[in-house]
Design a protein around this ligand. Structure first.
Ligand SMILES: *[C@@H]1O[C@H](CO)[C@@H](O)[C@H](O)[C@H]1NC(C)=O
Ligand SMILES: *[C@@H]1O[C@H](CO)[C@@H](O)[C@H](O)[C@H]1NC(C)=O
Ligand SMILES: *[C@@H]1O[C@H](CO)[C@@H](O)[C@H](O)[C@H]1NC(C)=O
Ligand SMILES: *[C@@H]1O[C@H](CO)[C@@H](O)[C@H](O)[C@H]1NC(C)=O
Ligand SMILES: *[C@@H]1O[C@H](CO)[C@@H](O)[C@H](O)[C@H]1NC(C)=O
Length: 772
């Protein structure tokens, strides 16, 4: 057949020579190219799409159609499109890709080569690079295998390279960055693996980058210089790291089915051309940018199957052109935006969140809250972790409340006692101590009891949550100097105001070591539980990650803002404002003791050695004392010597809680004498005075206390406070009282003082300082 074809074309040429008496080189060339085309037909095993080709075919003048196109320019073939039938089987054993390419390159002027669904198999020969004018190369839906040949790097005119649906393997080579004219790179559905070369970021002309359904892993290189990039499709690989960095001109972003565990950058809300965003089936964390729903061009959003958090509200606005929105299986709370329900065109899915919609399988809000905190914990630990967490969570709210409830109960008994036999003969401390002995650990371990007491109240704070960087920037006027509150070893503090008007304190911790988010999650989990009426409570956190790796640059911890200054400023020695009454001082001491009790036993692991100072106890608008400078996890972590620290903590663990008791003793002394005691010798001097006055009489005792409270304090309560402070200040921690013991004595002093005040109300009137 070839022979006869060649022969007839040869005859034709001879005829032409005869006619024009001229050797037409162009025609000669065309005939060799015609031979090549016939040879290609043969090598491809005469596919049906080429069945019309025969010896007489004038290849350059056949009407092109979608499956077969030959384009010639000056009698040479410049375009060849052969699109076989879908599912064409592999060419037979005697097919050789190498011979096929050797034949093909006899069409040296090819600019466009599409060989689709032809059953081509075997490695792509590097000889293909002899087609040095090649601009568009599409060999999708074949069975080609092996790596991309290095020789392709010399195809400097290549604009489009499509290898989709083959069995190519190996890595995407670094030299790809040399193909500066490349506008479309599509390697979908192959077996490529390895990490993506950073040189991808050099392909300035790239419009489409489609690497979906391969085995690529690792982070996505910086694509932000690809200002022409419109389509990024990385679906179904094993990519991870931070959200890919790219220009905001993208039209379509598909990161579906990878291993991303980062948050999404706020900058995504400036992608004004974005039409399609598919982040589904990853482990994206942090707040879902609700502005995305209102992007000017958006019509498709799929974030299903991640760990996005956030409170949706009915108020949100969304783009009217939205066609598809899938929010399913995330940790979203709040209400489904009305705009999604009102759009007729839109297909909205939201099952498996914690939205208050009453349909589509929503979880309780607590589930999302707990899960949001568990983000970053490896799945293998997850069940175990979750179990612990629930108990711990109950332990906090329930434990404290349980404690309060029990105190309240015993208190009623005591109170009734006092009523019956008024203040002169209060019950002895012995009884109180018997009641209090060892209740804490037992109750904390009895989850059922805790559960029953949980409904006794909550601390009235918004739920712990993650904040977005944007939100924090807004709250602080981008960290304006006017909201800077101070800087200590625990990082900078800023005052902020959230959108809902509430004030917060934001602590900014710069991380020295490069660690990724997961390394901090166990700390965050603990911090999220730091919520108690007598502890400056955590409201949320926010990670700021570096773009170039997964590491955390800064962590922002958001705390409740406590407006009324430090306890120290409310004493005579502080002299900056109105002074606290004796009853208010006892109430403050009770608050601190409860705060300590919570830090030691209300969370697991407890926080000990909190370095409590009167200048670190804050008062809120109701003069409720709150501990602000507790031994926050993360701080030690960041100091770079955590190894030593944990060892030290371990060896001291038995008496670690006693340090806090000692410091509480100092604070009680300070409350009594109205002075800050800064040095050990100052403390010892006052301690000695107190000791002496206890052994002496009421006049002696009154003489050493803050003049502001001398007249308005009952001697019995003063004595109780003095006794308990001295016990707290015992040098041997084993001799110090437990925090429960301290608490009971303080409660007792408070009762006595209130009883005394009631009976002296005619001569002395003052607003009650009520212990909480
Ligand atoms: C391959 O073998 C078949 C017969 O088995 C034959 O018809 C065909 O021409 C051969 N193709 C090549 C390229 O040799
Ligand atoms: C395209 O044209 C060829 C002949 O030139 C023919 O065999 C083939 O069936 C056509 N395909 C379509 C899709 O029209
Ligand atoms: C490759 O060519 C085939 C056949 O024309 C076409 O269906 C496919 O879309 C092309 N691939 C790309 C990525 O353009
Ligand atoms: C990549 O794939 C090849 C086979 O295609 C395999 O030999 C190699 O181990 C893989 N590399 C990695 C890092 O998985
Ligand atoms: C909804 O919007 C109105 C006015 O824009 C505002 O007053 C209200 O607080 C918003 N509600 C929520 C839940 O955001």
């Amino acid at each position: 057949m070839i022979m006869s074809g060649a022969f007839s074309i040869g005859m034709l040429s001879a005829f032409a020579v005869l006619l024009f008496l001229l050797v037409d080189r162009t025609e000669q060339l065309q005939s060799s190219q015609a031979q090549t085309l016939s040879r290609i037909q043969h090598l491809l095993n005469n596919p049906s799409v080429l069945s019309s080709w025969n010896d007489d075919t004038d290849f350059c003048n056949v009407e092109p159609n979608s499956s077969l196109t030959v384009v010639c320019y000056e009698d040479t073939v410049t375009q060849l499109h052969i699109i076989g039938e879908k599912g064409t089987p592999q060419l037979p054993e005697n097919f050789s890709m190498d011979s096929f390419i050797t034949t093909l390159v006899k069409l040296p002027n090819l600019k466009v080569l599409k060989l689709v669904s032809l059953g081509l198999w075997g490695p792509l020969s590097g000889k293909i690079a002899r087609l040095s004018s090649l601009e568009i190369f599409n060999v999708s839906s074949n069975l080609l295998s092996g790596p991309i040949p290095k020789e392709l790097s010399s195809l400097m005119s290549l604009q489009t390279m499509i290898l989709d649906g083959n069995a190519f393997s190996g890595q995407l080579p670094h030299w790809i960055g040399q193909l500066q004219d490349l506008t479309v790179l599509s390697l979908q559905r192959n077996s490529f693996n390895g990490s993506l070369p950073s040189s991808l970021g050099d392909l300035n002309n790239l419009r489409v980058l489609s690497l979906s359904h391969n085995g690529f892993f690792g982070p996505v290189p910086d694509l932000s210089r690809l200002t022409n990039l419109q389509v990024l499709d990385l679906e179904d690989n094993s990519l991870d790291g931070p959200f890919p960095k790219m220009s905001n001109k993208l039209i379509s972003i598909i990161l579906k089915k990878n291993k991303f565990r980062s948050g999404i950058p706020a900058g995504l809300s400036t992608y004004y051309q974005l039409q399609l965003l598919d982040l589904s089936s990853n482990t994206f964390v942090g707040p879902f940018l609700q502005q995305l729903l209102a992007l000017p061009s958006i019509n498709y959003i799929d974030i299903a199957g991640n760990k996005f958090t956030g409170l949706l509200s009915e108020n949100l606005s969304c783009n009217k052109e939205l066609m598809f929105v899938d929010l399913s299986s995330n940790l979203l709370t709040g209400h489904l935006p009305d705009c999604l329900l009102n759009l007729r065109k839109v297909d909205v899915r939201y099952a498996g969140n914690c939205l208050s919609t009453g349909d589509q399988d929503q979880q309780p809000v607590s589930f999302c809250r707990n899960e949001a905190l568990a983000v970053g914990i490896l799945p293998s630990n997850k069940n175990q972790k979750r179990g612990t967490k629930t108990i711990v969570a109950l332990g906090i709210s329930g434990g404290t409340i349980g404690g309060i409830a029990l105190v309240g109960l015993a208190f009623l008994l005591v109170r009734r006692n006092i009523m019956n036999k008024p203040s002169k003969t209060p019950p002895t401390r012995l009884i109180l101590e018997t009641v209090s002995t060892g209740y804490t650990s037992k109750i904390l371990s009895d989850a059922r009891y805790i559960h029953q007491t949980m409904n006794l109240g909550s601390i009235g704070l918004p739920a712990y949550r993650t904040f977005s960087l944007e939100e924090i920037g807004e709250a602080t006027g981008n960290f304006d100097s006017s909201v800077f509150m101070g800087e200590g070893s625990h990082g900078q503090m800023y005052r902020g105001q959230l959108k809902n008007g509430s004030l917060v304190a934001i602590r900014c911790l710069k991380m020295k070591k490069s660690r990724d988010v997961q390394n901090f999650m166990h700390h965050i989990e603990l911090i999220s539980k730091l919520r108690h009426p007598h502890v400056v409570s955590a409201l949320g956190h926010c990670f700021e990650c570096h773009w170039d790796d997964t590491s955390v640059g800064r962590i922002f911890l958001i705390f409740e803002y406590v407006p009324n200054g430090t306890l120290g400023t409310w004493l005579s020695g502080g002299r900056s404002r109105q002074l606290l009454t004796w009853a208010q001082r006892i109430a403050a001491a009770i608050g601190i003791a409860k705060g300590i009790q919570f830090l030691h036993t209300g969370i697991i692991p407890g926080l000990y050695s909190n370095n409590l100072k009167i200048s670190d106890i804050l008062l809120d608008q109701n003069l409720i004392a709150k501990i602000s400078s507790y031994n926050l996890p993360l701080m030690g972590e960041n100091s770079g010597k955590d190894g030593n620290k944990s060892k030290k903590t371990a060896s001291r663990v038995n008496h670690a809680d006693r340090n806090d008791i000692y410091e509480l003793g100092v604070i009680i002394l300070e409350l009594m004498v109205g002075q800050w005691l800064k040095t050990k010798s100052e403390i010892d001097a006052v301690k000695d005075q107190v000791q002496l006055s206890l052994a002496a009489n009421q006049v002696a005792r009154r003489s050493i206390i803050d003049p502001a409270i001398q007249r308005a304090s009952s001697d019995q309560s003063l004595r109780t406070m003095m006794e308990i402070s001295l016990r707290c200040l015992q040098s041997d921690p084993a001799d110090q009282p437990s925090v429960e013991d301290v608490l009971w004595n303080l409660q007792f002093a408070s009762q006595v003082q209130n009883g005394w005040r009631d009976s002296h109300s005619s001569e002395y009137s003052q607003s009650p300082g009520s212990p909480s």
